[in-house]
Design a binder for this molecule. Structure first.
Ligand SMILES: [Zn+2]
Length: 463
């Protein structure tokens, strides 16, 4: 499997630290609000890497965090309004109730679009001691300093590689290309909080060596990724918007604490735009997975829609394209059902299709090409149906479209239908096309779709 590594800016072969096992960390949902399709596209990226790695025979450990503290306020001002507080006021719930409500909703929405449950989903609030310990290590190693208010800042100038992921080096940041808040107690405007002193009215706060407070947002991902995956692991994913500052700061924290590289490959996914506009919480232009269902669409078809675009590119969401994807996935499921029993043995052409699909998904998750292979296979007239069925069943481990759904539902033609089909095939082989057309009309009048396949007449219920 080859992936584009944001850190090296190159497509590289994934060579796991531990042979045979791929260890991954994905930045997960922030749970004071619902996840939208743009978040789900990003989470699907981690799930897709996991699926492809498994398809290639690796064991995979995927850790995806739940941010229920930290990313709740604008980064450095202790006075900034806590979004969790706002959600509480709006909904009349306590912080943990809000976190629980939106965690449940996020898991439901992820499942709806076929994202398999990660191996571990640690919550930030369950890891405050680990974050405090990591902050203490960074102070000891002179990568962090405590200010009078009781907050702890990371000293970005102490970390030589700062900016290597995003290109936002200290010179550029100091030159003011970035809109950074300047707290006079900070040594550099890009210094970020590891621990924040609790301001007034804050409900979620914990004791620490520096007084009552709460962790910064970035520290949770360093603490939890290294706790569960160790200080060397393979792949870290997130949306493009997390490259800076979140992942840049995570690198500074993790590498600052252990003194060596922690993550081999950084993978970032492009935005989803709605009618040309980025789906952001603030625009109100938010579509959630349940809305797909409300409109009679299969949420798994959202996967097929995203496969049309490379994961790093921005993607436009339109209801029209979503409807087309929905139709196509349902059509593929019907075809799989019609293809009959799968065959374990592939001929040369079948092996060639399989190689093309495998090459596509291994080439930096080239799903648009994988989609073309699926379509070519579906349209091919010389491939035996049993091989088509076997190939799609195998590829569905990566695609996650539940392509066997219709086959499982098991529509069986009645004896009457089977008799008419056999009679029509007889008429066709006898080149009695008038009779063949009559029988076709008769079958259609029974509410069936009639198709001429290489092996004879195929029928299925019309939608
Ligand atoms: Zn993160």
């Amino acid at each position: 499997m080859r992936l584009y590594n944001t850190l090296s800016r190159e497509v590289e072969e994934v060579v796991p630290v531990e042979p045979g096992r791929v260890k991954m960390y994905a930045c997960g949902p922030t749970v004071y609000r619902s996840v939208h399709l743009g978040n789900l596209r990003t989470f699907m990226l981690a799930d897709l890497v996991r699926r492809v790695a498994e398809f290639e025979g690796y064991d995979v450990t995927l850790v995806q965090n739940i941010t229920d503290v930290g990313h709740m306020t604008d980064e450095s001002s202790p006075e900034a309004v806590d979004k969790m507080l706002l959600a509480m006021e709006d909904e009349g719930l306590q912080p943990l109730e809000i976190a629980e409500k939106y965690t449940k909703a996020a898991l439901e929405d992820m499942a709806a679009v076929g994202i398999r449950v990660p191996d571990l989903m640690p919550k930030a609030t369950d890891h405050i001691p680990e974050m405090i310990a990591l902050t203490e290590t960074l102070i000891e190693r002179e990568h962090a300093y405590v200010v009078d208010s009781g907050s702890v800042y990371y000293d970005v100038a102490s970390f030589e590689g700062y900016g290597k992921l995003s290109g936002n080096t200290l010179d550029k940041l100091r030159a003011g290309h970035r809109d950074l808040e300047t707290d006079p107690s900070k040594r550099h405007p890009a210094d970020f909080a590891l621990w924040k002193a609790a301001g007034s009215g804050r409900l979620m706060k914990w004791p620490s060596p520096w007084g009552e407070g709460f962790p910064g947002w970035h520290i949770e991902c360093s603490a939890m990724s290294m706790k569960y995956l160790g200080d060397r692991f393979d792949i870290h994913t997130g949306g493009n918007d997390l490259k800076f500052p979140h992942h840049e700061d995570e690198i500074a924290q993790s590498e600052g604490a252990v003194g060596h590289e922690v993550v081999s490959t950084w993978l970032h996914g492009g935005f989803l735009r709605l009618t040309g506009q980025k789906i952001a919480k603030s625009t109100g232009n938010v579509i959630r997975a349940p809305e797909l269902v409300e409109r009679g669409l299969d949420p798994l078809a959202f996967r097929w829609l995203t496969f049309q675009t490379r994961y790093r590119s921005e993607m436009d969401f339109t209801w029209e394209a979503m409807g087309t994807a929905d139709q196509r996935v349902k059509q593929l499921r019907r075809h799989v059902a019609e293809w009959g029993e799968p065959s374990a043995d592939l001929g040369a052409a079948g092996k060639d299709f399989d190689a093309r699909f495998r090459e596509a998904v291994a080439s930096d998750l080239d799903m648009p090409t994988a989609v073309r292979v699926v379509n070519d296979l579906d349209h091919s007239t010389d491939m035996p149906s049993a091989e088509k069925r076997a190939l799609l069943a195998s590829w569905d481990h990566v695609l996650g479209l539940d392509l066997e759904r219709e086959a499982r539902a098991g529509w069986e033609p009645t004896e009457e239908i089977q008799r008419l089909v056999a009679e029509r095939d007889g008429a066709r082989s006898a080149k009695d096309f008038a009779r063949s057309d009559e029988l076709r009309d008769e079958l259609q009048a029974m509410g069936l779709e009639v198709m001429d396949a290489a092996e004879g007449t195929r029928v299925r219920p019309r939608d």
